[in-house]
Design a protein around this ligand. Structure first.
Ligand code: S3P
Length: 441
C-alpha cells in the first residue's frame, strides 16, 4: 500500500537498471557470434532471464554474476545452436514478447525443430505479424492452437530473402525478420511506417553484419523506413558490451520527479538512443524541466545522466512518428497528462492494445478509479488533466508498466493506493519499489 500526497519531495540519485531491449539482443547475438562476450549492465529482470534460459537450453554456455547484472556468453556461432536433448528444442519464453518474436526469427533458419511457448499473456499476444513474413521466407512455422498466437512450432528450414512491408512499426517484428535474414539466401528487407527502435541494427552491424536503413519518400505518400540485411557468414563478438540504463525505467522517475512538488532527481547512465527517447521531447513540450548531462556514446548506444526537477505541466498531443519512440512510456505519460493542466490527446497508438495488457483499457480503468477524466479511443485516449486524484485499488492485469505507472500516480493522489500485484515489476525493474523509497527518505 502506498500513501499519496505528502510533503515529501523526491530527492537523490539513482542508477537505472540495464536497458531491457539491448540486454535481450546482447545475449542473443553474442550467442550467435564467434568468441566470448562479456556483458555489463545486463538487466536482471525476468524477461531477460527468459532469454538466457532459452539460449542455455539451446546449448550456449552462459555465466552470470551473483546479481545477474554481468553475463559472459561463450558464442557458438550462427550454426552452433543445439537443442538440449538432440530432438526438438522446447523453449519457455515466459512473459517476454521480445524473446518470443526475435528468437522465432533465429530458430526459423536452424536445422532442428523448436516449440516456443510462454505464460498466459504471451500466449494471447499476436504472432501472425511474424508468422506471415517468416512463412514468406520459406519458414515452416505454425501457431499450435491455430489462433495466430504462441505456442509456435517451428520446423527449421532453408530460408530465402524477402522484401516485407510491415503494417506496424515494431522492432520485434523487424528484428525477427532481420535475424531470419542472417540465415537466408540473398537480401532480406523490411519496410515499416515509422522508425522503430534500432538496437538490432546497431548491434549486428557492430558484429560485422551488413545492415542498412534508408528513408523512402514515395511521391505523395508518407515516409517509410526500409532496413535490409545480407545473409552473414559469421558474426564476430565485440568482446565487451556495456549496456546503458533503460530509458523506459527512467520514465517512471522522470514523471514522478516532475509531478511531485519540490523534487530533484539525477538519473545516471540512461540510454538516449533517438529511437527510444521520445518521452524526453514530449515531457519538455509539456513544460518539464529536464537536463541532459555528461552525454556520451558507449558501445554504439548514446547515453547521458538526466536531471529532472518538478515542474508545472500542461497538456499536449502525442501522435504520429514519435509513437514508436515512446510506446512503452505511454502509460506513465498518461499519468503525467492526468497531473497536467489542460487536455492531452494520445493517438496513432493502437499497438497499446496488444502489449502485456490492453493498455488503453487498463489505463482508462485505473485513471478513472483515481478520479481522472479519460476518454478511450481505438488508437489512444484523451485525458482532461488537472483533476485532483484520489487513492484507489489499482488493477495491474499482471502488467509491469501499469504497476509502476500507477505507483507514480499514487504520489499525487489523496489517500492510500494499493496495487493488486506488485510482483509484476520483476519483469523489467525488480528494484523499482526500493528505488522509489530511497528517493522519499
Ligand atoms: C521491444 C519493442 C517494442 C516494445 C517492447 C520491446 C523490443 O515492441 O514495446 O517492450 O525490444 O524490440 P514492438 O516491437 O511490438 O513495438
Amino acid at each position: 500500500m502506498m500513501t499519496g500526497i505528502s510533503d515529501t519531495p523526491l530527492r537523490g540519485e539513482l542508477t537505472m537498471p540495464g536497458d531491457k531491449s539491448i540486454s535481450h539482443r546482447a545475449v542473443m547475438f553474442s550467442a550467435l557470434a564467434e568468441g566470448d562476450t562479456h556483458i555489463t549492465g545486463f538487466l536482471n529482470g525476468a524477461d531477460c532471464l527468459s532469454t538466457i534460459h532459452c539460449f542455455t537450453r539451446l546449448g550456449v554456455p552462459i555465466e552470470l554474476s551473483e546479481n545477474a547484472t554481468e553475463v559472459t556468453v561463450h558464442g557458438c556461432g550462427l550454426y552452433g545452436l543445439r537443442p538440449e536433448n538432440g530432438g526438438t528444442a522446447i523453449l519457455n519464453t515466459g512473459n517476454s514478447g521480445t524473446t518470443t518474436r526475435i528468437l522465432s526469427g533465429i530458430l526459423a533458419g536452424q536445422a532442428f525443430p523448436s516449440l516456443l511457448s510462454g505464460d498466459a499473456s504471451i500466449n494471447r499476444r499476436p504472432m501472425r505479424r511474424i508468422i506471415e513474413p517468416l512463412t514468406a521466407m520459406g519458414a515452416d512455422i505454425v501457431s499450435v492452437n491455430g489462433n495466430g498466437c504462441a505456442p509456435l512450432r517451428i520446423a527449421g528450414s532453408p530460408l530465402h530473402g524477402v522484401e516485407w512491408t510491415s503494417p506496424v512499426a515494431s522492432a520485434q517484428v523487424k528484428s525477427c525478420i532481420l535475424c531470419a535474414g542472417l540465415y537466408a539466401d540473398g537480401v532480406t528487407a523490411v519496410t515499416e511506417p515509422a522508425l522503430s527502435r534500432d538496437h538490432t541494427e546497431r548491434m549486428l552491424s557492430a558484429m560485422g553484419a551488413r545492415v542498412k536503413t534508408e528513408k523512402l519518400s514515395p511521391s505523395g505518400k508518407a515516409v517509410l523506413y526500409r532496413t535490409e540485411i545480407t545473409a552473414a557468414e559469421k558474426l564476430a563478438s565485440p568482446g565487451i558490451i556495456e549496456i546503458p540504463g533503460d530509458i523506459s525505467s527512467a520514465a517512471y522517475f522522470l514523471v514522478a520527479g516532475l509531478i511531485t512538488p519540490g523534487s530533484e532527481i539525477l538519473l545516471r547512465n540512461v540510454g538516449i538512443n533517438p529511437t527510444r527517447a521520445g518521452i524526453l521531447t514530449v515531457l519538455r513540450a509539456m513544460g518539464g524541466d529536464i537536463t541532459l548531462l555528461n552525454r556520451r556514446d558507449g558501445a554504439g548506444e548514446p547515453a547521458a545522466d538526466i536531471l529532472v526537477r518538478s515542474s508545472t505541466l500542461h497538456g499536449t498531443k502525442i501522435c504520429g512518428d514519435i509513437i514508436p519512440t515512446l510506446i512503452d512510456e505511454l502509460p506513465v505519460l498518461a499519468v503525467a497528462a492526468a497531473a497536467a493542466d489542460g487536455v492531452t490527446v494520445i493517438a496513432d497508438a493502437a499497438e497499446l492494445k496488444v502489449k502485456e495488457s490492453d493498455r488503453i483499457a487498463v489505463c482508462t480503468e485505473n485513471l478513472r478509479a483515481m478520479g481522472a477524466q479519460v476518454t478511450p479511443a481505438e488508437d489512444g485516449m484523451t485525458i482532461a488533466g488537472g483533476k485532483p486524484l484520489h487513492g484507489a485499488l489499482i488493477r495491474c492485469h499482471a502488467d509491469h508498466r501499469i504497476a509502476m505507472s500507477f505507483a507514480v500516480a499514487s504520489l499525487i493522489a489523496e489517500g492510500s493506493t494499493s496495487l493488486d500485484d506488485e510482483s509484476c515489476v520483476r519483469i523489467s525493474y525488480p528494484g523499482f519499489f526500493r528505488d522509489l523509497t530511497l528517493l522519499r527518505r
